[in-house]
Design a protein around this ligand. Sequence first.
Ligand SMILES: Cc1cc(C(C)C)[n+](CCc2cnc[nH]2)c(C(C)C)c1
Ligand SMILES: [Zn+2]
Length: 237
Amino acid sequence: DWGYGVEDGPSLWHQNYPIAKGSRQSPIDILPQTASHDPSLGPIALKYDQCTSINIANNGHSVVVEFEDSDDRSVIQGGPLDNPYRLKQFHFHWGGKGCRGSEHTVEGHSYASELHLVHWNAVKYETFGEAATAPDGLAVLGIFLEGSVTDFKSFNPKCLLPSSLHYWTYLGSLTTPPLHESVTWIVLKEPIAVSEKQMSKFRMLLFTGEEEDQRMRMENNFRPPQPLKGRKVRSSN
Ligand SMILES: Cc1cc(C(C)C)[n+](CCc2cnc[nH]2)c(C(C)C)c1
Ligand SMILES: [Zn+2]
C-alpha cells in the first residue's frame, strides 16, 4: 500500500497515514549551528558485546539484521535516554546512485546511505510492537555511510561504529508508515566509510512490487526531510 514510487511514495503517505503531517515526523535536515549544545546530555553507552544476530532478511523495503531481544544483553543507554533500550534490529536506507540515500541530511547534505540501529524500551513495555506506538518506546541510532575506497568488514554493529560517539538528538518518528511518533533519534555526527562495492551490493537487492513478477530495484528507499515544527535538536559535547 505504500512505497517510494510515484504512485505510492512519501508525498502520498498522508492519505492513508494522516500522522505523516504530525508534529514530530522524521527524518529532518539537521542544522549544526542551530542545534543547542546541552551540557546535561551525557555520552551514549552501547553494550553490543553479547549481541546475538538471528537472521538477515530483505523485508521488501530494506535489508534487515534481527537480534535476539529476550534479555538486556545488547542495549543502548545514557545520552537522552532515561533507561536502557534493547537492540532489536538494524537496517539501511540508500539511494540509487551517488551521494543521495541517507534519510537525515546535514545542512542539506545527503550521505550515500544511513544505518539505523533500532532499540526498544523493554523496561516500560512488554513487546517491541507495543513500544513502537509509544512516545518513549523506541531509540534509533542513525549512522551515516559515505562512499569511500575502504570496505567494512562485517555486519557486527560493534565494528560499524565511527570513532566518535558525538551525536545530535531530537524527538521524531518512524520514517515509513505507520510513521508512529515513538522514536528518540540519536544521530552520530561522524560518518563511517563504506566502499562503492558495498553500496552496489545494496543496490543489487531487489524488492517485490505489488505483483511478485514486478521485480523493482531496491533503491531510493528514503523519506525526504520533514518540517521541524518548533522542535529543538540538541547536540552532545
Ligand atoms: C527493519 C525496519 C524496517 C522498517 C521499514 C523500512 C519498513 N521500519 C519502519 C520504519 C522505519 C525504518 N527506519 C526508520 N523508520 C522499521 C521500524 C520498526 C524502525 C524497521
Ligand atoms: Zn530506518
